[in-house]
Design a protein around this ligand. Structure first.
Ligand SMILES: Cc1cc2nc3c(=O)[nH]c(=O)nc-3n(C[C@H](O)[C@H](O)[C@H](O)COP(=O)(O)OP(=O)(O)OC[C@H]3O[C@@H](n4cnc5c(N)ncnc54)[C@H](O)[C@@H]3O)c2cc1C
Length: 289
């Protein structure tokens, strides 16, 4: 197996163009498992860890640009206040060792329906910045996932970064697993309130072939919330929101849970996270408490 070690982003793009079959490797927490279990035997590995700008982040014109190689630990420590939903999700990934090595770019590269980074990216209207020697494309997160462990990358493209606006309202993430840590999600749910636009973002994980939004639930809730008056949430609204989120999923029965359980859990998580974000939106306002 060849081991390609570009020192610059340009070299990495040229190497990918010359070796489209090469498997990029960032933290290696997915790639090395696949190789060690004999599930993958690429002709070449394309090591991206020597490219400094890939493991950094910037704020440009009010939008965060998170390099594909930024490990979860740094994302949590350095961006937790600006991207609370993504930080909560990142804290649930694996163990400290996995969070030190694993990256958001790797999560997107694997495109697992159970990837914990994906639902907050959907709820936060993120765009995936992909690049090749041919140029750069911005792909909305909702269009990036094309099937089970499949994404919209062309053979010569690499993920450069994720672009996402800092939170302008409360965000939450909830994960159901068979235990509290080091677990592949049975299902997950992310919510983001965008009060300045009176809009709601959602993301469902591990309950469909790809991570996906719940558009009907978003529209219903945006119209029902009393954004300016901040009146308390009605039970009937929370219940209906939960139902619409569950309806947006298309889960299967597998070793981690049944489809029925996943739908039920999603409705519960949707109601619960909604009550948290609404409470936060209203914080300081007694009538909401
Ligand atoms: C013990 C353990 C626990 C885990 N727990 C969780 C968990 O709780 N939640 C969760 O979501 N995941 C979990 N994972 C999976 C994994 O840690 C994550 O998916 C992580 O984000 C992968 O990042 P990485 O940098 O290690 O990716 P890598 O393994 O380096 O790469 C993963 C995939 O992305 C591709 N890739 C990487 N970078 C790029 C790039 N810049 N451009 C294009 N393609 C790229 C690779 O070719 C590969 O296909 C766990 C893994 C292990 C081993």
């Amino acid at each position: 197996m060849d081991f390609l070690r570009p020192a610059t982003w340009r070299e990495a793009l040229e190497a990918k163009a010359a070796h489209p079959g090469a498997t990029p490797i960032a933290g290696g927490t997915d790639v090395m498992v696949e190789i060690n279990f004999g599930r993958r035997r690429p002709d070449a590995l394309l090591d991206l860890t020597r490219i400094p700008e890939l493991a950094d982040w910037w704020e440009v014109d009010g939008v965060l640009r998170i390099g594909a190689g930024l490990p979860y630990t740094r994302l949590i420590n350095e961006l937790g206040d600006r991207l609370p939903g993504l930080a909560i999700a990142s804290r649930t990934v694996g163990s400290p060792q996995i969070r030190n090595r694993g990256t958001l770019g790797g999560n997107l590269g694997s495109a697992s329906p159970a990837g914990d980074g994906h639902p907050p990216l959907l709820a936060g209207d993120a765009q995936v910045e992909v690049e090749s020697v041919r140029g750069t494309r911005l792909i909305p997160a909702a269009e990036f996932f094309t099937g089970v462990k499949r994404n919209a990358l062309a053979a010569d493209e690499l993920i450069a970064a994720v672009r996402i606006a800092p939170a302008t309202g409360p965000q939450q993430f909830s994960k159901v697993g068979t235990r509290n840590a080091m677990v592949i999600a049975v299902c997950t749910f992310a919510i983001a309130l965008h009060p300045e636009q009176q809009r709601v973002g959602t993301g469902i994980g591990s309950a469909a072939p790809t991570p996906r939004r719940a558009p009907e639930a978003e529209e219903f809730l945006a119209a029902e919330l009393d954004w300016a008056g901040r009146r308390p949430l009605q039970d009937s609204v929370a219940r209906r929101f939960g139902e619409l989120v569950a309806q947006a999923s298309s889960p299967i029965d597998d070793v981690r849970g049944t489809a029925g359980y996943r739908r039920h859990a999603l409705a519960v998580m949707a109601r619960r996270t909604l009550s948290w974000v609404w409470h936060e939106h209203c914080s300081g306002r007694q009538e909401c408490a």
